[in-house]
Design a protein around this ligand. Sequence first.
Ligand code: ADP
Length: 356
Amino acid sequence: MDTAQYWLIAPSSWSLLLDARQLVPAADFPPGLSNLSLTVDRIPLPLLDKQPADAFGLTIRLQKPLGAASQPFQMRSTRTLTPGYWPWLAWLAWAVASGLLVAGAAAWQRSRADARRQQEQARLAAMARLSTLGEMAAGIAHELNQPLTAILAHTGAAGRLLDDDDERPAVRHALLASSEQAKRAADIISRMRALVQPSSPARREALDPDALVASLRFLREPDLARQGIRLGWHNASPGARPLGDRVALEQILHNLVQNAADALADTDGPRHIQIEGRAEGDEYLFIVSDTGGGIAADALPRLFAPFYTTRPQGMGLGLALCDTLAGSMDGRIAARNLHPCGACFTVSLPRSGASP
Ligand code: ADP
């Protein structure tokens, strides 16, 4: 006989056939229930079978004995929470909230680190300024000491010779020499001033490179020719105009030519200074090269530092001033050595008509 069917027989001989499968209509099972079976005499009788037994997910099992102790019914119910039931939205919200929290904490930490880094950089910059100031003060003292000692010596000698009429030419010479030294001291001070506060904001005008170099050549050529130095000029981009301050640019080129002439003084080979003008991208370049001995490798990184010099009579302010002046015109200056000999300085300035 079907295990789902039972006969209930009353003493009055009424009998009732029960069919377990019909006890609860399928629609009356609560929606949360997936599988339900009733075990009578160890034979499981499936009443509800909405999920396959091997469904993937989290399985919840419930087992409860029903009926009398003499004839127990085991009710077993299982429900597998498949991925479709999982609270994806809540999990997503939780993941997003945690992600935001972690990202916020990381950003906060980063901004704290940035602020600390900025403070540290400001502290280092302040220290660097202080030490540069110290170096400059020491440099000024050193530079001024020489002419002032010479002035003292010359004026002292002149004073001693004054009483003797025959020594008049020597007195004149001593006074001239001391006034030369006083000029040198004044020159040092004025270069220092120019270096520390470059003349009022640099003007920006479109300059004519040919006219600029022509005036430089007019001023320097006789003096250079005496030293056997040839000064050449080539404008590779004739129509192009650098933007800058004429006086500042003249000063830069003048210093570079003077440095090249100083470097050529010790050369036996050809003595040639070449200036080239060329537009490159948004810039106009002045390239000053010479056929001297070039720059020592250890000097290259310090070349533009104030008071760095390798020349006995040098002040070490020329290139520092060039650097400051080029910067005041939104330009820059760089140095490199040439092969087989010589040094090359490139001044880059914004070009008129180029996109800003
Ligand atoms: P100064 O001319 O008083 O020495 P500068 O700042 O003009 O000061 O130059 C610094 C140093 O750079 C020089 O002492 C020299 O060693 C080096 N230098 C500059 N120009 C040249 C060059 N054309 N060739 C080789 N060395 C150079």
